[in-house]
Design a protein around this ligand. Structure first.
Ligand code: C2E
Ligand code: MG
Ligand code: MG
Ligand code: MG
Length: 286
């Protein structure tokens, strides 16, 4: 019996795997079509300056409007896009769209764009960035590129000259998801990042948990000592905001300020959240 059961289970797993392969292939085909048909959309989430009490920029976050599945989150297609190389075309589209959207915003408002490791190795990123800026007539000082540790791990000697070239042109470079990689700290000394974005996993219990607070405090000091701006992602409550304000964190991002919103909502967010208006009255109500 055990043997028969084993065989049955093997057949089941083989069937499961084949079904998953088929799903992957279907998704890959859809993704190729999506690139041609530009079925993507950028949503924008405010970056909120804690000392000036105002929005200082927006992060561009991609969404895929799938004709049948509806809106697909980046985590459900970016890894596949990276694996099959489609991220290069998608990334180019993101850069162009983000720069042209940002060109419509007030001068002081920056745009942050996520860049994948593959874009460093399989395309001329500096050229793609220059073209996007030129097409939108956007000043390089208004563009921030967010990279994760995996970009640096990929090939440091190949990536560093590109980062330096981008920085020389006035583009800012942020280290995203700081603290999640096993060697984040060592990468901090390999490049003069303009900003570190502390991962949201460090935020959720800073108010209740002494140790979590202590770690946050130390990372903010570290960023400060290295002359980098410090952003905390995933801020969801007024109490977290207040604590981070006391810690002299530079910038926050999270649902408490606003979730990512479609591009046409940006002017509205700017007028609502300028000078802390809506935010402070919201806190007062709590
Ligand atoms: P990320 O760059 O770290 O972006 C922040 C993520 O946190 C976003 O998820 C955002 O919606 C989410 N978030 C914001 N505030 C809160 C909060 O208060 N609480 C919680 N729990 N989450 C919050 P999203 O939009 O699903 O994007 C996920 C990841 O996908 C991004 O993480 C980024 O790594 C990647 N990604 C998004 N757009 C692009 C893109 O255009 N190109 C590339 N290469 N990657 C992208
Ligand atoms: Mg990011
Ligand atoms: Mg992040
Ligand atoms: Mg500071």
């Amino acid at each position: 019996h055990a043997k028969a059961d084993g065989r049955k289970r093997e057949r089941f797993f083989a069937g499961e795997m084949e079904a998953q392969m088929q799903l992957r292939h279907a998704l890959e085909a859809d993704l190729r079509a999506a690139v041609e048909r530009e079925q993507f959309e950028l949503h924008y989430q405010p970056l909120y300056d804690l000392s000036q009490h105002r929005i200082c920029g927006f992060e561009a976050l991609i969404r895929w409007n799938h004709p049948i599945r509806g809106r697909v989150a980046p985590m459900d297609f970016i890894p596949l896009a990276e694996e099959v190389g489609l991220i290069v075309d998608i990334g180019r589209w993101v850069l162009r769209r983000a720069c042209s959207d940002a060109a419509q915003w007030p001068e002081g408002i920056k745009v942050a764009v996520n860049v994948s490791a593959i874009q460093f190795s399989s395309s001329d990123l500096t050229q793609d960035v220059s073209e996007a800026l030129a097409a939108a007539a956007l000043s390089p000082s208004r563009l921030e590129l967010e990279i994760t540790e995996s970009v640096l791990m990929e090939n440091l000697s190949e990536v560093l000259p590109i980062l330096h070239a981008l920085k020389e042109r006035g583009i800012r470079i942020s280290m995203d998801d700081f603290g999640t990689g096993y060697s984040s700290l060592s990468y901090l000394s390999s490049f003069p990042f303009d900003k570190i974005k502390i991962d949201k996993s460090f935020v959720y219990d800073i108010v209740e948990n002494k140790e979590a607070h202590a770690i946050m405090h130390a990372i903010i000091l570290l960023g400060d000592a290295l002359g980098m701006r410090v952003t905390v992602e995933g801020v969801e409550t007024a109490a977290q905001l207040a604590l981070l304000e006391r810690e002299e964190c530079d910038e926050i991002q999270g649902y408490h300020i606003s979730p990512p919103r479609p591009a046409p909502d940006v002017p509205n967010l700017l007028s609502l959240l300028q000078n802390g208006g809506e935010l402070h009255s919201r806190e007062a109500r709590r």
